[in-house]
Design a protein around this ligand. Structure first.
Ligand SMILES: C[S@@+](CC[C@H](N)C(=O)[O-])C[C@H]1O[C@@H](n2cnc3c(N)ncnc32)[C@H](O)[C@@H]1O
Length: 211
């Protein structure tokens, strides 16, 4: 089940800002070259990420799950002039192409691209983040949340993708991944140290603000 029907999705996309030529190219090449192109944030969610990042104007961003760098560049659009974005992915094969995209974006010097398992890389980052985007292996979402919450400043944002899991969280699905996502949503719903809301866009984007 898609969260938004396709006519509404087309309308939302046609009424938000256009993608840059580079983001369009990344989208096109991701669909041509990758076996799971649907993992990309894409035009509408990309504009949401860009807008949220611009509102925060972060000095420091962490993205968990780079894939082809689409969301990385959208988030980088909101960086403060001397801000830094760390992004982590364990897929070495995409490395060269994604580095090229980052260089073409004009944000290359501000992006620290880490190749490795996020659970191992995150503890090596001694920074306080203004914005974190969690979008890697869903089974570890709660681990990532617990690992980063103390690294986020008060007032900072954590965004978590795919929290509606194609609507399965509301249905009688009891597979392991759906259960893990329900658990995450429940945990965060009960966490009084943060404000939170799930935006029903694409596959569900959980927006969390640390108090
Ligand atoms: C959904 S995609 C990320 C999409 C990207 N953020 C975007 O919006 O365009 C998930 C990525 O997480 C990476 N990944 C999965 N498990 C990981 C792990 N344990 N550590 C680091 N990266 C991981 C995958 O290689 C994949 O590229």
């Amino acid at each position: 089940m898609e969260i938004l029907d396709s006519r509404l999705e087309t309308y939302l996309t046609s009424t938000c800002d256009a993608e840059s030529a580079l983001l369009k190219q990344i989208g096109r090449e991701t669909h041509l070259m990758e076996t799971m192109p649907h993992m990309i944030s894409g035009h509408y969610q990309g504009r949401v990420l860009s807008l949220l990042s611009t509102l925060v104007n972060p000095q420091s961003i962490l993205e968990i799950g780079t894939f082809t760098g689409y969301a990385t560049i959208c988030l980088a659009e909101g960086l403060a002039a001397n801000g830094i974005l760390h992004t982590i992915d364990n897929n070495e094969e995409l490395h060269e192409r994604v580095e090229r995209y980052f260089d073409s974006s004009g944000y290359g010097a501000q992006i620290n691209y880490h190749i490795g398992a996020a659970l191992e890389v995150i503890p090596t980052l001694n920074e306080i983040f203004d914005l974190v985007f969690i979008d890697a292996d869903k089974k570890n979402n709660l681990n990532y949340y617990k690992m980063v919450i103390d690294k986020v400043r008060s007032g900072g944002l954590i965004l978590i993708d795919n929290v509606l899991w194609k609507g399965k969280v509301t249905q009688e699905e009891n597979d392991k991944q759906t259960e893990q996502i329900r658990l995450l949503n429940q945990y965060i719903a009960q966490d009084k140290t943060v404000q939170k809301i799930i935006l029903p866009i694409r596959d569900g984007l959980l927006v969390i603000r640390k108090r």
